[in-house]
Design a protein around this ligand. Structure first.
Ligand SMILES: Cc1cc2nc3c(=O)[nH]c(=O)nc-3n(C[C@H](O)[C@H](O)[C@H](O)COP(=O)(O)OP(=O)(O)OC[C@H]3O[C@@H](n4cnc5c(N)ncnc54)[C@H](O)[C@@H]3O)c2cc1C
Length: 391
Protein backbone atom coordinates (compact mmCIF):
# COMPACT_ATOMS: atom_id res chain seq x y z
CA UNK A 1 0.00 0.00 0.00
CA UNK A 2 1.11 3.57 -0.70
CA UNK A 3 1.75 6.11 2.03
CA UNK A 4 -1.26 8.34 1.49
CA UNK A 5 -2.76 9.99 4.57
CA UNK A 6 -5.49 12.04 2.91
CA UNK A 7 -7.55 10.94 -0.07
CA UNK A 8 -10.22 13.11 -1.69
CA UNK A 9 -12.90 11.66 -3.97
CA UNK A 10 -14.62 14.26 -6.16
CA UNK A 11 -17.99 13.11 -7.51
CA UNK A 12 -20.36 11.28 -5.16
CA UNK A 13 -22.23 8.89 -7.40
CA UNK A 14 -21.55 5.30 -8.42
CA UNK A 15 -17.86 5.51 -9.36
CA UNK A 16 -17.05 7.80 -6.40
CA UNK A 17 -18.92 5.62 -3.92
CA UNK A 18 -17.25 2.44 -5.18
CA UNK A 19 -13.84 4.13 -5.02
CA UNK A 20 -14.40 5.32 -1.45
CA UNK A 21 -15.77 1.95 -0.29
CA UNK A 22 -12.87 0.09 -1.92
CA UNK A 23 -10.28 2.36 -0.30
CA UNK A 24 -11.65 1.36 3.10
CA UNK A 25 -12.00 -2.33 2.17
CA UNK A 26 -8.36 -2.33 1.07
CA UNK A 27 -7.31 -1.00 4.45
CA UNK A 28 -6.87 2.73 3.85
CA UNK A 29 -7.20 4.18 7.37
CA UNK A 30 -6.39 7.83 6.67
CA UNK A 31 -8.69 10.83 6.13
CA UNK A 32 -11.20 10.24 3.33
CA UNK A 33 -13.43 13.00 1.95
CA UNK A 34 -16.27 12.52 -0.53
CA UNK A 35 -17.41 15.67 -2.38
CA UNK A 36 -20.58 15.81 -4.47
CA UNK A 37 -22.54 18.61 -6.16
CA UNK A 38 -25.86 16.93 -5.51
CA UNK A 39 -27.22 17.26 -1.96
CA UNK A 40 -28.19 13.57 -1.93
CA UNK A 41 -26.11 10.65 -0.77
CA UNK A 42 -24.98 8.53 -3.76
CA UNK A 43 -27.97 6.85 -5.44
CA UNK A 44 -28.68 4.65 -8.42
CA UNK A 45 -29.50 6.26 -11.77
CA UNK A 46 -30.86 3.35 -13.85
CA UNK A 47 -34.30 3.38 -12.12
CA UNK A 48 -34.75 7.07 -13.07
CA UNK A 49 -35.90 6.28 -16.61
CA UNK A 50 -37.86 3.21 -15.52
CA UNK A 51 -39.46 2.57 -12.11
CA UNK A 52 -39.14 6.13 -10.77
CA UNK A 53 -41.23 7.49 -13.65
CA UNK A 54 -43.75 4.76 -12.83
CA UNK A 55 -44.04 5.97 -9.23
CA UNK A 56 -41.46 3.89 -7.33
CA UNK A 57 -39.01 6.08 -5.37
CA UNK A 58 -36.41 3.41 -4.63
CA UNK A 59 -33.05 4.53 -6.00
CA UNK A 60 -30.95 3.08 -3.20
CA UNK A 61 -27.35 2.16 -3.84
CA UNK A 62 -26.07 -0.42 -1.33
CA UNK A 63 -23.29 0.88 0.90
CA UNK A 64 -24.14 4.53 0.41
CA UNK A 65 -25.14 5.21 4.04
CA UNK A 66 -22.36 3.24 5.73
CA UNK A 67 -19.42 4.79 3.94
CA UNK A 68 -16.75 5.85 6.42
CA UNK A 69 -15.83 9.23 4.90
CA UNK A 70 -16.28 12.92 5.55
CA UNK A 71 -19.30 13.83 3.45
CA UNK A 72 -19.30 17.18 1.59
CA UNK A 73 -22.70 17.00 -0.10
CA UNK A 74 -24.12 19.94 -2.07
CA UNK A 75 -20.58 21.19 -2.73
CA UNK A 76 -18.73 21.33 -6.03
CA UNK A 77 -15.03 21.22 -6.71
CA UNK A 78 -14.18 24.33 -8.73
CA UNK A 79 -10.38 24.04 -9.03
CA UNK A 80 -7.58 21.55 -8.89
CA UNK A 81 -4.00 22.56 -8.15
CA UNK A 82 -2.17 19.36 -9.01
CA UNK A 83 1.23 20.75 -7.94
CA UNK A 84 0.13 22.00 -4.53
CA UNK A 85 -2.19 18.94 -4.29
CA UNK A 86 -5.32 20.82 -3.29
CA UNK A 87 -8.92 20.78 -4.45
CA UNK A 88 -10.89 24.01 -3.97
CA UNK A 89 -14.63 23.85 -3.38
CA UNK A 90 -17.32 26.39 -4.26
CA UNK A 91 -17.45 27.53 -0.60
CA UNK A 92 -13.69 28.31 -0.93
CA UNK A 93 -12.72 25.38 1.29
CA UNK A 94 -9.36 23.94 0.28
CA UNK A 95 -8.93 20.20 0.59
CA UNK A 96 -5.32 19.00 0.59
CA UNK A 97 -4.73 15.45 -0.64
CA UNK A 98 -2.05 12.84 -1.14
CA UNK A 99 -4.36 10.89 -3.44
CA UNK A 100 -7.26 12.14 -5.58
CA UNK A 101 -10.07 10.22 -7.30
CA UNK A 102 -11.88 12.11 -10.08
CA UNK A 103 -15.40 10.70 -10.54
CA UNK A 104 -17.40 13.71 -11.69
CA UNK A 105 -19.38 11.81 -14.33
CA UNK A 106 -21.36 13.50 -17.04
CA UNK A 107 -24.35 15.79 -17.53
CA UNK A 108 -27.01 15.99 -20.25
CA UNK A 109 -26.33 18.03 -23.37
CA UNK A 110 -28.78 20.91 -23.59
CA UNK A 111 -30.40 23.02 -26.28
CA UNK A 112 -29.89 26.82 -26.08
CA UNK A 113 -30.87 28.03 -22.61
CA UNK A 114 -33.77 30.24 -23.73
CA UNK A 115 -35.38 27.09 -25.19
CA UNK A 116 -34.57 24.96 -22.15
CA UNK A 117 -36.25 27.65 -20.02
CA UNK A 118 -39.68 27.00 -21.60
CA UNK A 119 -42.05 25.23 -19.22
CA UNK A 120 -42.50 21.58 -20.22
CA UNK A 121 -38.87 21.00 -21.31
CA UNK A 122 -36.96 18.34 -19.37
CA UNK A 123 -33.67 16.48 -19.22
CA UNK A 124 -33.05 13.32 -17.20
CA UNK A 125 -29.88 12.69 -15.22
CA UNK A 126 -30.66 13.21 -11.55
CA UNK A 127 -33.35 12.13 -9.10
CA UNK A 128 -34.59 15.73 -9.04
CA UNK A 129 -34.97 15.69 -12.84
CA UNK A 130 -36.88 12.40 -12.64
CA UNK A 131 -39.28 13.66 -9.96
CA UNK A 132 -39.92 16.88 -11.93
CA UNK A 133 -40.61 14.85 -15.08
CA UNK A 134 -42.90 12.46 -13.20
CA UNK A 135 -44.91 15.37 -11.82
CA UNK A 136 -45.12 17.02 -15.23
CA UNK A 137 -46.35 13.77 -16.80
CA UNK A 138 -49.09 13.53 -14.20
CA UNK A 139 -50.19 17.10 -14.93
CA UNK A 140 -50.06 17.01 -18.73
CA UNK A 141 -52.42 15.06 -20.94
CA UNK A 142 -50.97 15.30 -24.39
CA UNK A 143 -48.09 14.47 -26.67
CA UNK A 144 -44.60 13.92 -25.29
CA UNK A 145 -41.73 14.42 -27.72
CA UNK A 146 -38.46 12.69 -26.85
CA UNK A 147 -35.50 14.23 -28.66
CA UNK A 148 -32.95 11.47 -29.27
CA UNK A 149 -33.83 7.79 -29.57
CA UNK A 150 -30.65 6.58 -27.87
CA UNK A 151 -30.51 4.38 -24.87
CA UNK A 152 -32.02 6.83 -22.34
CA UNK A 153 -34.45 8.34 -24.88
CA UNK A 154 -35.65 4.84 -25.83
CA UNK A 155 -36.23 3.85 -22.21
CA UNK A 156 -38.07 7.08 -21.42
CA UNK A 157 -40.26 6.70 -24.52
CA UNK A 158 -41.03 3.13 -23.58
CA UNK A 159 -41.94 3.94 -19.95
CA UNK A 160 -44.04 6.95 -20.87
CA UNK A 161 -45.84 5.09 -23.64
CA UNK A 162 -46.70 2.25 -21.23
CA UNK A 163 -48.29 4.87 -18.96
CA UNK A 164 -50.64 5.76 -21.80
CA UNK A 165 -49.10 8.94 -23.20
CA UNK A 166 -48.78 9.69 -26.89
CA UNK A 167 -45.05 9.68 -27.63
CA UNK A 168 -42.95 10.81 -30.57
CA UNK A 169 -39.21 10.20 -30.86
CA UNK A 170 -37.31 12.68 -33.01
CA UNK A 171 -33.85 11.55 -34.08
CA UNK A 172 -31.29 12.43 -36.74
CA UNK A 173 -31.12 8.72 -37.64
CA UNK A 174 -32.92 5.50 -36.82
CA UNK A 175 -32.69 4.89 -33.06
CA UNK A 176 -29.24 3.72 -31.91
CA UNK A 177 -28.07 3.07 -35.46
CA UNK A 178 -24.79 4.86 -34.82
CA UNK A 179 -24.07 2.66 -31.80
CA UNK A 180 -25.54 -0.67 -32.88
CA UNK A 181 -25.69 -0.55 -36.67
CA UNK A 182 -28.48 -0.81 -39.21
CA UNK A 183 -29.90 -4.25 -38.36
CA UNK A 184 -30.54 -3.43 -34.69
CA UNK A 185 -31.50 0.18 -35.51
CA UNK A 186 -34.19 -0.94 -37.98
CA UNK A 187 -35.49 -3.59 -35.61
CA UNK A 188 -35.67 -1.01 -32.81
CA UNK A 189 -37.51 1.50 -35.03
CA UNK A 190 -40.10 -1.17 -35.97
CA UNK A 191 -40.36 -2.20 -32.32
CA UNK A 192 -41.12 1.37 -31.23
CA UNK A 193 -43.73 1.74 -33.98
CA UNK A 194 -45.33 -1.60 -33.12
CA UNK A 195 -45.72 -0.32 -29.57
CA UNK A 196 -47.41 2.88 -30.62
CA UNK A 197 -44.47 5.30 -30.56
CA UNK A 198 -44.31 7.64 -33.53
CA UNK A 199 -40.84 8.07 -35.03
CA UNK A 200 -39.63 11.13 -36.90
CA UNK A 201 -36.16 10.22 -38.14
CA UNK A 202 -33.46 11.46 -40.49
CA UNK A 203 -34.13 15.03 -39.50
CA UNK A 204 -32.54 17.42 -37.05
CA UNK A 205 -34.12 19.65 -34.44
CA UNK A 206 -33.85 23.32 -35.43
CA UNK A 207 -35.42 24.73 -32.25
CA UNK A 208 -38.14 24.36 -29.65
CA UNK A 209 -41.14 26.62 -30.11
CA UNK A 210 -43.43 27.90 -27.39
CA UNK A 211 -46.28 30.21 -26.46
CA UNK A 212 -46.59 32.22 -23.27
CA UNK A 213 -43.43 30.63 -21.90
CA UNK A 214 -44.57 27.03 -22.46
CA UNK A 215 -43.30 24.61 -25.08
CA UNK A 216 -45.75 23.85 -27.89
CA UNK A 217 -43.60 22.07 -30.42
CA UNK A 218 -40.30 21.05 -31.93
CA UNK A 219 -39.32 22.74 -35.20
CA UNK A 220 -37.30 20.49 -37.50
CA UNK A 221 -34.66 21.63 -39.94
CA UNK A 222 -37.10 21.09 -42.85
CA UNK A 223 -39.45 23.62 -41.12
CA UNK A 224 -42.01 21.02 -40.03
CA UNK A 225 -43.22 21.47 -36.45
CA UNK A 226 -44.00 18.41 -34.30
CA UNK A 227 -46.60 19.43 -31.72
CA UNK A 228 -45.50 18.82 -28.11
CA UNK A 229 -47.02 19.37 -24.68
CA UNK A 230 -43.87 18.05 -23.03
CA UNK A 231 -40.33 17.61 -24.39
CA UNK A 232 -37.60 15.37 -23.00
CA UNK A 233 -34.18 16.23 -24.38
CA UNK A 234 -32.15 13.02 -24.57
CA UNK A 235 -29.31 14.28 -26.70
CA UNK A 236 -26.42 12.51 -24.97
CA UNK A 237 -24.10 13.68 -22.22
CA UNK A 238 -20.89 15.67 -21.79
CA UNK A 239 -18.24 14.80 -19.19
CA UNK A 240 -17.95 17.16 -16.18
CA UNK A 241 -14.38 18.39 -16.60
CA UNK A 242 -14.70 22.20 -16.51
CA UNK A 243 -13.42 22.34 -12.92
CA UNK A 244 -10.10 20.89 -14.14
CA UNK A 245 -9.32 23.83 -16.44
CA UNK A 246 -5.86 25.17 -15.67
CA UNK A 247 -4.92 22.07 -13.66
CA UNK A 248 -2.53 20.75 -16.31
CA UNK A 249 -4.47 17.48 -16.58
CA UNK A 250 -5.07 16.22 -20.11
CA UNK A 251 -8.76 16.65 -20.89
CA UNK A 252 -10.24 15.63 -24.23
CA UNK A 253 -13.86 14.49 -24.03
CA UNK A 254 -13.08 13.18 -20.54
CA UNK A 255 -10.02 13.00 -18.30
CA UNK A 256 -7.31 11.16 -20.22
CA UNK A 257 -5.66 8.45 -18.19
CA UNK A 258 -3.17 5.67 -18.81
CA UNK A 259 -4.30 2.05 -18.91
CA UNK A 260 -4.15 1.89 -15.08
CA UNK A 261 -6.49 4.89 -14.72
CA UNK A 262 -3.82 7.37 -13.55
CA UNK A 263 -4.32 10.84 -15.03
CA UNK A 264 -1.54 11.12 -17.61
CA UNK A 265 1.66 12.16 -15.81
CA UNK A 266 0.13 12.09 -12.30
CA UNK A 267 0.86 9.10 -10.06
CA UNK A 268 -1.40 10.51 -7.31
CA UNK A 269 -4.57 11.14 -9.37
CA UNK A 270 -6.92 8.52 -10.81
CA UNK A 271 -10.18 8.91 -12.74
CA UNK A 272 -13.13 6.53 -13.05
CA UNK A 273 -16.63 6.23 -14.47
CA UNK A 274 -18.38 8.34 -17.10
CA UNK A 275 -15.69 11.06 -16.86
CA UNK A 276 -12.66 8.83 -17.58
CA UNK A 277 -11.13 8.14 -20.99
CA UNK A 278 -8.51 5.41 -21.06
CA UNK A 279 -6.71 3.19 -23.59
CA UNK A 280 -8.46 -0.20 -23.74
CA UNK A 281 -6.11 -3.14 -24.44
CA UNK A 282 -8.88 -5.32 -25.94
CA UNK A 283 -9.52 -2.70 -28.64
CA UNK A 284 -5.98 -1.94 -29.80
CA UNK A 285 -5.45 0.61 -27.00
CA UNK A 286 -8.03 2.89 -28.55
CA UNK A 287 -9.05 5.45 -25.89
CA UNK A 288 -12.63 4.96 -24.77
CA UNK A 289 -15.05 6.68 -22.41
CA UNK A 290 -17.89 4.42 -21.32
CA UNK A 291 -21.22 5.64 -19.95
CA UNK A 292 -22.49 2.42 -18.36
CA UNK A 293 -23.29 1.37 -14.82
CA UNK A 294 -21.05 -1.71 -14.61
CA UNK A 295 -18.10 0.24 -15.99
CA UNK A 296 -18.45 2.97 -13.34
CA UNK A 297 -18.91 0.32 -10.66
CA UNK A 298 -15.84 -1.75 -11.57
CA UNK A 299 -13.68 1.17 -12.60
CA UNK A 300 -14.29 3.08 -9.35
CA UNK A 301 -13.02 0.06 -7.43
CA UNK A 302 -10.08 -0.58 -9.79
CA UNK A 303 -8.98 3.08 -9.69
CA UNK A 304 -9.02 3.05 -5.88
CA UNK A 305 -6.92 -0.12 -5.71
CA UNK A 306 -4.41 1.30 -8.18
CA UNK A 307 -4.16 4.57 -6.26
CA UNK A 308 -3.22 2.63 -3.11
CA UNK A 309 -0.76 0.38 -4.97
CA UNK A 310 0.95 3.29 -6.69
CA UNK A 311 1.98 3.44 -10.37
CA UNK A 312 4.72 0.80 -10.14
CA UNK A 313 2.35 -1.94 -8.90
CA UNK A 314 -0.91 -0.81 -10.48
CA UNK A 315 -2.63 -3.04 -13.03
CA UNK A 316 -4.42 -2.10 -16.28
CA UNK A 317 -8.19 -1.86 -16.34
CA UNK A 318 -9.61 -3.93 -19.17
CA UNK A 319 -13.24 -4.79 -18.47
CA UNK A 320 -15.18 -5.18 -21.71
CA UNK A 321 -18.17 -2.82 -21.57
CA UNK A 322 -21.68 -4.25 -21.46
CA UNK A 323 -25.12 -2.73 -21.13
CA UNK A 324 -28.67 -3.98 -20.93
CA UNK A 325 -31.91 -2.10 -21.42
CA UNK A 326 -35.60 -2.94 -21.80
CA UNK A 327 -37.63 -1.27 -24.49
CA UNK A 328 -41.38 -1.98 -24.39
CA UNK A 329 -40.62 -5.06 -22.30
CA UNK A 330 -38.04 -6.49 -24.70
CA UNK A 331 -34.49 -7.07 -23.53
CA UNK A 332 -31.81 -5.39 -25.65
CA UNK A 333 -28.19 -5.92 -24.58
CA UNK A 334 -24.84 -5.16 -26.06
CA UNK A 335 -21.19 -5.68 -25.25
CA UNK A 336 -17.85 -4.44 -26.52
CA UNK A 337 -17.62 -1.45 -28.85
CA UNK A 338 -19.85 -2.17 -31.86
CA UNK A 339 -19.20 1.30 -33.31
CA UNK A 340 -15.57 0.31 -34.02
CA UNK A 341 -16.68 -2.46 -36.40
CA UNK A 342 -16.35 -2.41 -40.16
CA UNK A 343 -18.84 -5.28 -40.61
CA UNK A 344 -21.75 -6.90 -38.77
CA UNK A 345 -23.60 -10.21 -39.16
CA UNK A 346 -26.71 -11.75 -37.63
CA UNK A 347 -25.29 -14.92 -36.05
CA UNK A 348 -28.35 -16.47 -34.39
CA UNK A 349 -32.10 -15.99 -34.70
CA UNK A 350 -33.68 -13.34 -36.86
CA UNK A 351 -34.99 -9.80 -36.37
CA UNK A 352 -38.39 -10.87 -37.77
CA UNK A 353 -38.78 -13.29 -34.85
CA UNK A 354 -37.76 -10.65 -32.29
CA UNK A 355 -34.94 -12.86 -30.97
CA UNK A 356 -31.49 -12.54 -32.50
CA UNK A 357 -27.84 -11.74 -31.99
CA UNK A 358 -25.50 -9.62 -34.08
CA UNK A 359 -21.70 -9.88 -34.11
CA UNK A 360 -19.60 -6.83 -34.99
CA UNK A 361 -16.13 -7.36 -36.43
CA UNK A 362 -13.12 -5.20 -37.26
CA UNK A 363 -10.92 -7.02 -39.74
CA UNK A 364 -11.74 -10.53 -38.62
CA UNK A 365 -11.76 -9.78 -34.91
CA UNK A 366 -14.92 -9.61 -32.86
CA UNK A 367 -15.24 -6.13 -31.28
CA UNK A 368 -18.90 -6.02 -30.34
CA UNK A 369 -22.16 -7.90 -29.95
CA UNK A 370 -25.82 -7.00 -29.63
CA UNK A 371 -28.66 -9.30 -28.68
CA UNK A 372 -32.42 -9.01 -28.55
CA UNK A 373 -34.15 -11.38 -26.12
CA UNK A 374 -31.02 -13.56 -26.07
CA UNK A 375 -29.04 -13.11 -22.80
CA UNK A 376 -27.14 -16.41 -23.19
CA UNK A 377 -25.83 -15.33 -26.57
CA UNK A 378 -24.65 -12.03 -25.10
CA UNK A 379 -22.66 -13.90 -22.45
CA UNK A 380 -21.08 -16.17 -25.08
CA UNK A 381 -20.20 -13.32 -27.44
CA UNK A 382 -18.89 -11.12 -24.64
CA UNK A 383 -16.44 -13.85 -23.64
CA UNK A 384 -15.36 -14.18 -27.26
CA UNK A 385 -14.73 -10.41 -27.42
CA UNK A 386 -12.67 -10.58 -24.21
CA UNK A 387 -10.63 -13.40 -25.73
CA UNK A 388 -10.05 -11.39 -28.94
CA UNK A 389 -11.57 -14.19 -31.03
CA UNK A 390 -12.39 -13.93 -34.67
CA UNK A 391 -15.86 -14.79 -35.87
C1 LIG B 1 -31.77 7.90 -16.47
C2 LIG B 1 -30.55 7.02 -16.54
C3 LIG B 1 -30.69 5.66 -16.70
C4 LIG B 1 -29.57 4.83 -16.80
N1 LIG B 1 -29.73 3.50 -16.96
C5 LIG B 1 -28.66 2.69 -17.08
C6 LIG B 1 -28.81 1.29 -17.28
O1 LIG B 1 -29.92 0.77 -17.32
N2 LIG B 1 -27.67 0.54 -17.42
C7 LIG B 1 -26.42 1.10 -17.41
O2 LIG B 1 -25.42 0.39 -17.59
N3 LIG B 1 -26.25 2.43 -17.22
C8 LIG B 1 -27.33 3.23 -17.06
N4 LIG B 1 -27.16 4.58 -16.85
C9 LIG B 1 -25.79 5.14 -16.82
C10 LIG B 1 -25.18 5.04 -15.43
O3 LIG B 1 -26.08 5.48 -14.45
C11 LIG B 1 -23.90 5.87 -15.41
O4 LIG B 1 -22.97 5.24 -16.26
C12 LIG B 1 -23.32 6.03 -13.99
O5 LIG B 1 -24.21 6.78 -13.19
C13 LIG B 1 -21.97 6.73 -14.05
O6 LIG B 1 -21.53 6.92 -12.74
P1 LIG B 1 -20.42 8.02 -12.40
O7 LIG B 1 -20.25 7.94 -10.93
O8 LIG B 1 -19.25 7.84 -13.27
O9 LIG B 1 -21.02 9.42 -12.84
P2 LIG B 1 -22.37 10.17 -12.47
O10 LIG B 1 -23.43 9.18 -12.10
O11 LIG B 1 -22.63 11.13 -13.57
O12 LIG B 1 -22.02 10.98 -11.15
C14 LIG B 1 -21.11 12.02 -11.09
C15 LIG B 1 -21.42 12.83 -9.86
O13 LIG B 1 -20.42 13.83 -9.70
C16 LIG B 1 -21.04 15.06 -9.40
N5 LIG B 1 -20.17 16.16 -9.84
C17 LIG B 1 -20.00 16.64 -11.09
N6 LIG B 1 -19.11 17.66 -11.10
C18 LIG B 1 -18.70 17.81 -9.81
C19 LIG B 1 -17.81 18.70 -9.17
N7 LIG B 1 -17.12 19.63 -9.85
N8 LIG B 1 -17.64 18.59 -7.82
C20 LIG B 1 -18.32 17.64 -7.11
N9 LIG B 1 -19.19 16.79 -7.68
C21 LIG B 1 -19.38 16.86 -9.00
C22 LIG B 1 -22.35 15.00 -10.16
O14 LIG B 1 -23.28 15.93 -9.63
C23 LIG B 1 -22.75 13.55 -9.95
O15 LIG B 1 -23.49 13.38 -8.77
C24 LIG B 1 -28.27 5.41 -16.73
C25 LIG B 1 -28.12 6.80 -16.58
C26 LIG B 1 -29.24 7.59 -16.47
C27 LIG B 1 -29.08 9.08 -16.30
Amino acid sequence: MGNQERIVVVGASLAGLRAAATLREEGFAGALTLVGTEPHRPYNRPPLSKSVLEGDDDVSLPGSEEIDAEWRGGRSAVRLDAEARTVTLDDRAELPYDGLVIATGARPRRLPEEQMALAGVHVLRTIDHALELRKALADVQGRVVVIGGGFIGGEVASTIRAAGHEVTIVDAAEPMVRVLGRTVGSWLADHHRANGVELVTNTRVAELVGEAGRVTGVRLDDSRVVAADLVVVGAGVAPNTEWLEGSGLHVDDGVLTDSRLFAIGHGDIVAAGDVARWPHATFGHETVRIEHWSNANEQGAAAARNLLRGPSEAVPFGQVPALGTRVHGTRLQYAGLPHLADASTVVTGSPEDGKFSVAFTRGDVLVGAATVNFPKELTRLRKAIEAGESL
